[in-house]
Design a protein around this ligand. Structure first.
Ligand code: ATP
Ligand code: MG
Length: 569
């Protein structure tokens, strides 16, 4: 490709609205442009890299035996009403009316469409198992689109769906997608982990998120210091054991704590450790008030409450709800003398507190010398808190450390959630009708591209892995007015293309400084510079990743390019 007429507008300055490196570099290197908030155009360079990612995904899906199809972005409301998600999906679903006032949505995901497709055309166990996938544009009206295409409102996803007749069949389909994902992210040159994730109310084993390790990641991964255990902190179980101290229990005492509302204010003012405090947080769990108790130095994990109650929605109680159920404003609530309407659940660490401090359900008052059995009753002691760094790893090996990750992929065992709701059944060997057992598997293709840049760049620009680079190499004619340079670079362009190289040829009449800065910014793996020694047939080859520079005679150029490319792969 000749750069002279190529739409690759580079920017010298960092765009002020781009916070993270990948977003800045995608704008500066001319890969994307914003069309509306969270809505982007991919310019030719970006499009080429995107196609590379797409092809890696497609090859691995095909190798795993999945079949490609294409479903529409436009989905009728009835489908979503049938699955029960029309209301539940909330404002992220982009809805609209057609001219006949029929309601539609732009698909954020395709469980409904695929389930009806398979329902209508697959009737017998003989056709199953089957895994279908597409690479297609998704729409989600994200509350906070940000970081460019890392969290956008329109993005490209690869979504796959498996249909099996047995649970063991689903396990196999899941494992084969898991392997395909591992291959995809490895080939994209990403440093990633597959972590156990939240699977709604179904427990933790049946879903994994693929996380690209990055300090800008929105998810926190809890991983073991010694084993390969890794889980999203949302679900990582706490296995710590707590010893009760043998201190004598003292009589309960109410005391004044004007304006001391937070755990820190209390601990500082009373001059005690936070692990002596009982933190009480009121939640509304699908309409039901639940008072959750954790130790003062711990944080309540609402996902664990959601799982325990098999609930749809867990929200912090509002000011009014708190006053209504606790007869007290937030800041002073506690577990003593609580109405029977309110469930009290507590973390095991609370049971071990002797002579603790908690809110007295009265403004500006707390209790001290609080002891769990004696002073209040708990419906259930359950693991309620977020795991912390230094806690024992749940697999019994080592301690927990934290890392931030960007979720690039998600594999999930759906079971019969959609097949039952939408009547996707098959006849088994005995002619008995059964719901199909499903799995779903997503990769954010546009997000993968941004994550690749997030992990592969330096202060001068992108440093593309060879597998995803928009071109294999950048050929630069330093001075296009010099006849030798002009001639040699034109010859090499043809020669390299004939040899099967994807070449970006900087044939622009720009100053050398501009060309080199652009080449670094665009970041193709190899750069071939045709300069002063053109008359002798000597050019310079530079490796973007290592800054290594070689002077090479054109006779040897193809060999050198091939060797370096193999080394970089
Ligand atoms: P997130 O927690 O980041 O919102 P999600 O759980 O909503 O992700 P899934 O519904 O599992 O995501 O979608 C599958 C994949 O699609 C994700 O792993 C991610 O790579 C990608 N993805 C999801 N939302 C977006 C978005 N707004 N922009 C870009 N990619 C996205
Ligand atoms: Mg989301």
């Amino acid at each position: 490709m000749r750069q002279n007429h190529f739409l690759s507008p580079t920017l010298r300055d960092v765009p002020s609205d781009a916070e993270v490196s990948s977003h800045q570099l995608m704008l500066r290197a001319g890969l994307i442009r914003q069309t509306a908030s969270g809505v982007y155009s991919f310019l030719p360079l970006g499009m080429r890299a995107l196609k590379k990612v797409e092809n890696i995904v497609r090859e691995e899906m095909d190798a795993a035996g999945a079949q490609e199809l294409l479903m529409p972005a436009v989905q009728p409301a009835e489908l979503w009403q049938e699955s029960g998600r029309w209301e539940a999906y909330g404002p992220e679903l982009m809805r609209f009316y057609d001219r006949h006032k029929r309601e539609f949505a732009l698909g954020p995901t395709h469980e409904e469409v695929i389930t009806t497709l398979v329902r209508d055309d697959v009737k017998s166990y003989k056709k199953l198992p089957m895994t279908l996938y597409q690479i297609q544009t998704k729409f989600r009206d994200e509350r906070r689109p940000r970081f460019g295409v890392l969290r956008s409102r329109e993005f490209i996803m690869k979504d796959a769906y498996s249909f099996d007749t047995t649970q063991e069949g689903l396990d196999k389909s899941y494992d084969s997608m898991f392997l395909a994902y591992t291959n995809v992210f490895t080939r994209c040159g990403l440093d990633f982990r597959a972590v156990v994730a939240d699977s709604g109310a179904m427990g933790g084993k049946d879903t994994h998120e693929f996380m690209v390790l990055s300090s800008i990641g929105e998810d926190t991964i809890a991983y073991s210091s010694v084993s390969n255990y890794a889980a999203n902190i949302e679900i990582a179980p706490v296995v710590s054991k707590y010893e009760k101290s043998n201190e004598d229990e003292k009589p309960l005492e109410k005391f004044d704590t004007p304006d001391l509302k937070t755990i820190d204010e209390l601990a500082n003012s009373l001059n005690i450790d936070k692990d002596k405090l009982i933190k009480a947080v009121l939640f509304m769990v699908d309409e039901k008030p639940v008072l959750a108790l954790v130790r003062g130095d711990h944080e309540v994990n609402d996902v664990k409450i959601k799982h325990f109650y098999h609930a749809q929605v867990v929200e912090l109680a509002s000011h009014e709800q708190t006053i209504n159920y606790m007869n007290c404003e937030p800041g002073f609530i506690g577990p003593i003398n609580v109405s029977n309407d309110v469930d009290i659940v507590a973390d095991p660490a609370v049971e071990a507190i002797v002579n603790g401090v908690c809110g007295a359900n009265e403004k500006d008052k707390h209790y001290k010398y609080v002891n769990s059995q004696r002073d209040f009753s708990v419906k259930d002691y359950i693991d309620l808190r977020f795991i912390k760094e230094g806690d024992p790893s749940p697999d019994g090996q080592g301690v927990i450390k934290f890392a931030e990750g960007i979720e690039v992929g998600h594999v999930f065992k759906l079971g019969t959630r959609y097949s039952e709701a939408m009547g996707a059944v098959f006849l088994d060997e005995n002619g008995k009708s059964k719901p199909m057992i499903m799995g779903c598997y997503g990769i954010g293709v546009t997000r993968v591209l941004a994550a690749t840049i997030e992990q592969n760049h330096d202060d001068k620009g992108i440093v593309w892995p060879t597998t995803v680079a928009p071109f294999d190499l950048h050929l630069i004619a330093v001075n296009t007015k010099n006849a030798d340079q002009k001639q040699l670079s034109e010859d090499l362009y043809k020669q390299l293309k004939r040899a099967g190289c994807d070449v970006l040829f900087d044939d622009r009449a720009e100053r050398p400084g501009v060309k080199f800065a652009d080449a670094d910014l665009i970041g193709l793996p190899l750069r071939i510079t045709v300069g002063k020694k053109a008359a002798e047939g000597i050019v310079e080859v530079k490796v973007r990743k290592t800054d290594e520079v070689l002077e090479v005679h054109t006779d040897q150029l193809l060999n050198v390019v091939q060797d370096l490319t193999e080394r970089l792969a």
